[in-house]
Design a protein around this ligand. Structure first.
Ligand code: NAD
Ligand code: 89V
Length: 343
């Protein structure tokens, strides 16, 4: 059983706490301490999850606790100081997305953990959603031959600002917060990207940053993909937080449709499957898809720590997704096509 601590007990951390509780029940890893600088929130979460050792200061927690890992679920501006603190104490760290406000901070965190010899994983959980894993398995099975085109799309009008008010306040919005997941999913499905072109739009006047983005990606594998996301889509059917995927290959096609309906067309035959995620006892629709992926990524972390393996979304890996985010902002600003590898 690994002993961990959680820093940041806000809106989304409740999912981490529930997933750690499930992993503790499996005898894999448990939270022995929590930290939040907001005392009232800290006390509320400590009582809800029965965690006795609480701290308002992360440095005090590192000094007092004997930890196998730390899980950082604060917002991006605090990630670099907290990850560097973990590295100084030689404690393996999970860091929520967005990894950092700018890529220089992300590179510094990766360097600090490498120098300390400790693993660092970004909590980039979309690729751990079971419907998206089913899409990846379908590609890898060879059923559609060689993929040459894809679309990864997340369009919604859900009120994300109610739970996450900070989303309306930043100069950067949808590409940094949600696009990062959708771009990482495109990398997961089609591989690294050599060229990216983006068009960014602000539709909702009550948010400061862009709330719609359309990106065209040339993947090194030869796939051309379109990655699009919007929080200003007033749809007949609200799909939050589903990612819709379309892939065409030399011998067939894959569609992940609304309601988690997967179809794989191969040599003229179509196989249809319901790939809806599990509804964990603590999960709540429509968030259950994301909530299941939190459990999956935390389980992956525990398995990687035990085996001494690099996690799929290690800090090092996530720098390549971050390059896509920076490329999208650069392309959106200049109207030019950008090589993410040059960033
Ligand atoms: P939040 O503002 O509700 O919670 C953050 C908490 O961290 C607050 O309670 C705050 O007091 C605490 N905090 C901040 N800095 C701290 C520090 N230095 N030391 C101790 N405590 C500190 O934010 P949230 O909505 O829970 O989001 C947290 C992160 O999770 C964000 O980066 C967000 O993008 C991410 N998120 C990820 C997903 C996902 O699916 N992966 C979904 C939602 C949010
Ligand atoms: O990742 C996030 O911060 C969330 C959501 C899962 C909806 O994208 O906003």
């Amino acid at each position: 059983m690994l002993n961990g601590a959680l820093i940041g007990c806000g809106f989304f951390a409740v999912n981490h706490l529930n997933a750690w509780r499930d992993l503790a029940a499996e005898g894999r890893a448990r939270l022995v301490a929590i930290c939040d600088r907001n005392e009232a929130r800290l006390a509320e979460i400590a009582a809800q999850f029965g965690i006795a050792r609480t701290y308002t200061d992360a440095a005090e927690m590192f000094a007092a606790e004997k930890l196998d890992f730390v899980d950082i679920a604060t917002t991006a501006p605090s990630h670099r100081p907290l990850v560097e603190l973990a590295a100084r104490h030689r404690i393996p760290a999970i860091c929520q997305k967005p990894f950092a406000p700018v890529i220089e901070d992300a590179r510094a965190m990766v360097a600090a953990c490498e120098a300390a010899g400790v693993p660092l994983m970004v909590h980039e959980n979309f690729r751990w959603q079971s419907p998206l894993m089913a899409v990846k398995q379908a590609i890898d099975s060879g059923a559609i031959g060689v993929p040459y085109w894809g679309r990864v799309s997340f369009r919604s009008g859900y009120d994300v600002y109610a739970g996450q008010p900070y989303l309306a306040e930043g100069e950067r919005f949808i590409v940094e917060d949600l696009g990062v997941h959708v771009l990482d999913t495109a990398r997961f499905l089609f591989g690294d990207v050599s060229r990216l072109t983006a068009r960014l739009q602000r539709v909702n006047p009550r948010v400061r940053g862009e709330d719609a983005a359309t990106m065209l990606l040339a993947h090194e594998s030869g796939v051309t993909s379109v990655v699009d996301c919007s929080y200003s889509s007033k749809l007949e059917e609200e799909l939050f937080p589903q990612t819709i995927v379309e892939i065409d290959g030399s011998e067939g096609s894959i569609r992940l449709r609304p309601g988690y309906q997967l179809s794989i067309t191969s040599n003229g035959q179509t196989e249809r499957r319901d790939v809806a995620p599990d509804l964990k006892p603590w999960a709540e629709k429509p968030w259950h898809n994301v909530q299941e992926s939190v459990f999956n990524i935390q389980k992956h972390w525990v398995e990687c720590l035990a085996a001494g393996r690099e996690p799929a979304t290690s800090g090092r890996d996530n720098l390549r997704t971050f390059q896509l985010v920076e490329a999208a902002y650069l392309s959106g600003r200049t109207g030019e096509t950008v090589s993410p590898g040059d960033i």
